[in-house]
Design a binder for this molecule. Structure first.
Ligand SMILES: NC(=O)C1=CN([C@@H]2O[C@H](COP(=O)(O)OP(=O)(O)OC[C@H]3O[C@@H](n4cnc5c(N)ncnc54)[C@H](OP(=O)(O)O)[C@@H]3O)[C@@H](O)[C@H]2O)C=CC1
Ligand SMILES: O=C(CO)COP(=O)(O)O
Length: 349
């Protein structure tokens, strides 16, 4: 039997709450911190989080905290479950109180525009090394709505130190929530962040009424460009055929739970970006990540046609249909570029 731990989850949105439920199901003492006092009161009195997981009853061993300081008392492990753009702000507040080293498990999916840092790198930049024991990422095909119903789900954890990843694997794993390890932290973070771009694009083509051929093309060619950039950044190509690569890409491009797919769908139906984001009520990470990936593609000299097309729709007011037409009219090319290069070299030998 795994020893029971005390864990604080920072961020009482859909994913923070669903992961708190997994930890509570495993018998841990779970503190769920959120910055909305009414929501925390509801959590402690009614054991629900109606805004983010309507209709779900939370286990009673999840205790809501509005005071960040209280929530961090005697804690060695935190799960950071806020949108990427809030990470630095929340970490700065944590550092106002924290005097002992933490293991930080981050579960967000994004890349920071302009700095072009992955989330583990942002954490390492914000938290002084003497207060940071390990950074672990948990990622994979896992919509909060289904995790909260205890439907079978698989995810992957990764860290620079495998013992740290294995410890977090033990904290979360149970009959409904299977956790794998993978030593490739770059690949795990890049796959999780960039699949949101392709999910926005898949939503757009669905909104345009293009159907399954277009979606299959986006998933496959999307994975090709994610892997092309990821390997240039130091990831293992194999990671992209795993849960945090193709796995998360499939779920996000095909599920009605996906906020990125839903936002894309509305854009494809002709809605304006600001209107879509204002009405979503939850984070749509792919918008910022498209900006970051566009910058990364330039920095690493990598061709990312789907990302560029989406960038034009989101930030240059381009028409989605025009961008799809342009993608289809690109200069003809090989499907397997690396294989084609090898074969061409052989012909010339
Ligand atoms: N939902 C899912 O199924 C999954 C989500 N993820 C990732 O998890 C991360 C969080 O997403 P998710 O929980 O879905 O997002 P939600 O939009 O559901 O919730 C975000 C939560 O973060 C809170 N928050 C936002 N800004 C701050 C801040 N500055 N300080 C404190 N709290 C803040 C929000 O509070 P408020 O309501 O007051 O705004 C809300 O409670 C994202 O990176 C997402 O990609 C990963 C896997 C699955
Ligand atoms: O990452 C997710 C599922 O694995 C959640 O995706 P969305 O943010 O698009 O809902």
């Amino acid at each position: 039997m795994q020893p029971k731990d005390k864990i604080t989850v920072l961020g009482a949105g859909s994913w923070g709450t669903a992961l708190a439920m997994v930890l509570a199901d495993n018998g841990h003492e779970v503190r769920l911190w959120g910055h909305n006092e009414d929501q925390i009161n509801q959590l402690n009195t009614l054991h629900t989080n109606e805004k983010y997981l309507p209709g779900i009853t939370l286990p009673e061993n999840i205790v809501g905290y509005y005071s960040l300081e209280e929530s961090l008392k005697d804690i060695e492990t935190i799960v950071l479950a806020v949108p990427t753009k809030a990470i630095r702000e929340v970490l700065k507040k944590v550092l106002d109180f924290q005097k002992t080293p933490l293991t930080i498990v981050h579960v967000s999916k994004g890349i920071e525009p302009d700095t072009l840092l992955r989330i583990s790198e942002m954490i390492e930049e914000e938290v002084p090394s003497e207060l940071l024991k390990d950074v672990v990422v948990l990622s994979g095909p896992s919509h909060a709505e289904e995790v909260s119903l205890r439907h079978p789900t698989t995810v992957t954890v990764s860290s620079k130190r495998m013992e740290a990843a294995e410890k977090i694997q033990d904290l979360f794993i149970n009959q409904n929530f299977r956790v794998y390890t993978n030593p490739d932290i770059i690949g795990v973070e890049i796959g999780g962040a960039l699949k949101n771009i392709i999910a926005l694009a898949a939503g757009i083509t669905d909104g345009l009424g293009y159907g399954d051929n277009a979606k299959a093309a986006l998933i496959t060619r999307g994975l090709a460009e994610i892997a092309r950039l990821g390997t240039k950044m130091g990831a293992s190509p194999l990671t992209f055929s795993g849960l945090t690569g193709i796995g998360d890409l499939i779920v996000t491009c095909t599920s009605v739970h996906s906020r990125n797919w839903r936002a894309g769908n509305l854009l494809g139906k002709g809605k304006n970006l600001q209107e879509v984001l204002d009405n979503m009520g939850m984070v749509v990470e792919g918008v910022r990540t498209t900006k970051a990936a566009h910058q990364l593609a330039e920095k690493f000299g990598v061709t990312m046609p789907i990302t560029s097309a989406l960038y034009n729709v989101l930030f240059n007011n381009a028409s989605p249909k025009h961008e799809v037409d342009s993608l289809m009219a690109r200069v003809k090319t090989h499907e397997m570029e690396d294989l084609a290069n090898v074969l061409e070299e052989k012909v010339h030998e």
